[in-house]
Design a protein around this ligand. Structure first.
Ligand code: NAD
Length: 248
């Protein structure tokens, strides 16, 4: 453990792939010590990694202890880990509902709860959650996933209100469909992956998928200590999907 921290410390759940990985790379370039809390290690062995299942308390507390051992403090928590689910309301079992909520929603509460004593010691503590366009727009065959992401958006606002007095800022990003391994996996399951990608692109008013870097940039903005007045914000990074009626 270092005695006097110079760099800000960030933990990023789901930081070994896609949006989380892009966020770690951008935070690192900005001088943070940023670690991935993930089930799997990142491909780059230079990224600090703590094996972590956000659905299990002991796993989360162990990873937080490991990061404190490495860096001495936590200034930023980015909650990016989540799992996908498909189907209308009749399709998912109670077990699937419990599992998705445990990872996507309770996982955030668990990580924040464990990081909180360290955030309270920071001069500029921030939490950034990753919600989704599905938090506030009805998308076909995404009932369970949307329910979890609506909860992420709601809990972001509630946490922001609770932490006003302690000056812990809490914000979220709500991405549209992003070009990450998550979407690549969904497309690979489609009957016609090329046509499915064209349909996803056409669904977004800007006519293309969002890059992981664009979402990481929004996360870095919300995390930046200079954004000191920004709390309780759910920032769309969705190519206009939420607010614009027009396509291209
Ligand atoms: N890709 C999109 O189109 C899109 C759109 C809106 C929101 N999002 C959200 O962005 C976030 C990241 O998505 P992505 O596209 O980068 O996905 P991704 O699949 O590339 O990365 C997700 C990461 O989360 C990790 N993870 C899964 N379960 C975990 C657990 N229990 N504990 C710890 N880590 C776990 C995975 O191992 C993986 O590394 C998710 O919250 C997702 O809901 C994605």
């Amino acid at each position: 453990m270092v005695d006097e921290r110079i760099a800000l410390g960030a933990i990023v759940t789901g930081g070994s792939s896609g949006i989380g990985l892009a966020t770690i790379q951008m935070l690192s370039a900005r001088g943070y010590v940023a670690a991935s809390f993930d089930l799997n290690p990142p491909a780059d062995p230079g990224i600090p990694f703590f094996k972590c299942d956000v659905s299990a308390q002991e796993s989360v507390s162990g990873a937080v202890a490991g990061f404190i051992e490495l860096h001495g403090g936590i200034d930023l928590v980015v909650n990016c880990a989540a799992i996908s689910s498909g189907g209308d309301v009749s399709k998912n079992s109670d077990e699937e509902w419990a599992q998705s909520f445990n990872v996507n929603v309770t996982g955030i509460a668990r990580v924040v709860r464990n990081a909180l004593p360290h955030l309270r010691n920071s001069d500029c503590p921030v939490i950034v959650n990753v919600a989704s366009i599905a938090s506030h727009k009805g998308i076909i065959d995404r009932v369970l996933y949307s329910a979890t992401k609506g909860a992420v958006s709601a809990m972001t606002l509630a946490m922001a209100a609770d932490f006003l007095k302690e000056h812990i800022r809490v914000n979220a990003v709500a991405p549209g469909t992003a070009d990450t391994p998550w979407v690549a996996r969904l497309l690979a399951k489609a009957d016609d992956p090329v046509a499915a990608k064209v349909a996803l692109e056409a669904r977004q008013p800007i006519g293309r998928l969002i890059s992981a870097d664009e979402i990481a940039l929004a996360i870095c903005y919300l995390a930046d200590p200079r954004a000191d007045s920004t709390t309780g914000v759910v920032l769309d990074v969705d190519g206009g999907m939420h607010n614009l009626a027009a396509g291209r």
